[in-house]
Design a binder for this molecule. Structure first.
Ligand code: GTR
Length: 429
């Protein structure tokens, strides 16, 4: 037992070290970030300049969406052949009476197979009417976001651990990621939270395209996505859109005010979900780095080649064509962010998380401004990167806080401030 425990501690140390490491052989020197030119988000492939929101929506936005879909995230299918939502439990007095807790299983059907996805939802009690909700995938299972003993431990959930092999969801992990979710804070400010274990949709593993949602859509004989088809990030984003299908049916939730939120690889996922699915009213991308908010053409921290090598399953096969060839990319993260316009988006960095390139994240946000301007919005509205703990909150928000690759109470205070301003103007002052 002790040996197993030490193994688990060791494994989680490895995991957290991986998440914050600054691998050698990559550039962390601002003076060597290089020069690059960003494609103009307002010039169409045929060379026409976009000067109004209508042309953006009808011509340029679909063009950019397709560029990113074909070359980077991969094309996702729509809804499955059949989909059901089942309410498995409701507790009107959860968390000492602060919340209503619902657990809903969404089931997807296709190719004679089915896949369940468990959605955990908290909405605050004592608040009138449908509430705005934060929706985000979690890394460790729904039971890790809060110590609430009422959260069902998934029986089918497994994770492959380098030391211990397969690990099943366990009661001892209840609340292990609670500081990253700040459930009470969210509820106290009048918001709900909906969350899903990302592995319910597809495993975060290079060789497991047989086990998640992909097989529901395979053509006969197909065993993995084709080069232009959805990788894991696009599949996770697809799962968020299916969760949105459910939220639109839930009377406690205001589906017109759902903010999609995610950290790190799930931050990349939140961006793609928000870019792809305009039903998300707001996006929060936390330390999403390379493949997320950070400019790829800037040589700083993680690179396209490195991400495609370490995590070959995250993006479409086509993205590997850009290994070591960032200059050839017909897009960059500013265009991904611009797809969210005119909806609010918050980009969040951490000072010690140089692997994610905080300045590159800031610049990704800033260079989306011309598209927000088409809608009469300010965008980020700042040319210089702010100092730590000096958040910017226009239609695009940004902060850099001190510390590491993590999600903290400070971060959530800012996301809630931003949400108050953007989704509940009467709550902001
Ligand atoms: C790192 C990866 C990053 C980031 C992070 C995470 O190892 O290089 O792109 O996604 O993992 O998701 O924790």
């Amino acid at each position: 037992m002790m040996k197993l425990y030490i193994g688990i501690v060791f494994a989680s140390l490895i995991l957290s070290a991986l998440a914050i490491a600054q691998p050698a052989g990559f550039n962390y020197d601002e003076a060597k970030a290089g020069t690059y030119s960003l494609p103009d988000p307002l010039v169409t492939i045929s060379g026409k300049r976009v000067t109004d929101a209508e042309t953006w929506n009808n011509v340029r936005r679909p063009e950019i969406l397709q560029l990113l879909e074909t070359n980077m995230y991969g094309r996702s299918p729509g809804k499955p052949e059949k989909m059901t939502f089942e309410l498995n439990g409701i507790d009107a007095h959860a968390l000492g009476g602060k919340a209503v807790r619902k657990q809903v299983t969404a089931s997807f059907f296709g190719n004679g197979k089915s896949l369940p996805m468990d959605i955990l939802i908290y909405v605050p009690t004592g608040v009138k009417g449908p509430v705005p909700v934060f929706l985000g995938l979690n890394f460790g299972g729904n039971h890790t976001v809060h110590s609430d003993p009422g959260i069902t431990l998934s029986k089918r959930w497994t994770r492959t651990d380098p030391v211990n092999g397969v690990i099943h969801a366990s009661a001892k992990d209840r609340g292990s990621a609670a500081s990253r979710w700040q459930v009470e804070k969210i509820l106290e400010r009048g918001y709900g939270l909906a969350t899903i274990y990302y592995g319910d949709i597809t495993p975060d593993h290079a060789d497991r395209f047989q086990d998640g949602v992909h097989p529901l859509f395979y053509k006969p004989g197909q065993t993995k996505p084709e080069d232009g088809e959805w990788g894991a990030v696009a599949a996770w984003a697809w799962g968020l859109s299916r969760a949105m299908d459910y939220l639109a049916t839930d009377k406690d939730v205001d589906a017109s005010r759902v903010a999609v939120v995610g950290h790190s690889r799930i931050g990349k996922t939140a961006l793609w979900a928000g870019a792809h699915d305009p039903r998300f009213a707001m996006v929060i991308a936390i330390q999403s780095g390379e493949g997320g908010a950070a400019l790829s053409k800037r040589n700083f921290g993680e690179t396209v080649e490195r991400i495609n090598t370490s995590f070959p399953h995250w993006f479409a096969g086509n993205y590997k064509k850009f290994n070591g060839k960032e200059a050839a990319l017909p897009f960059d993260s500013h265009m991904l962010i611009a797809l969210i316009a005119p909806r609010p988006i918050y980009v969040s960095s951490a000072q010690e998380d140089v692997w994610s390139d905080p300045r590159g994240e800031f610049l990704g946000a800033r260079n989306a401004d011309p598209v927000y301007a088409l809608f009469g919005k300010k965008g980020l509205g700042a040319n210089a990167m702010p100092a730590v703990h000096q958040p910017i909150m226009n239609t695009i928000g940004y902060h850099i806080r001190e510390g590491k690759h993590e999600v903290t109470a400070y971060d959530w205070d800012r996301y809630l401030d931003f949400a108050d301003k953007q989704l509940r103007p009467s709550a902001a002052n």
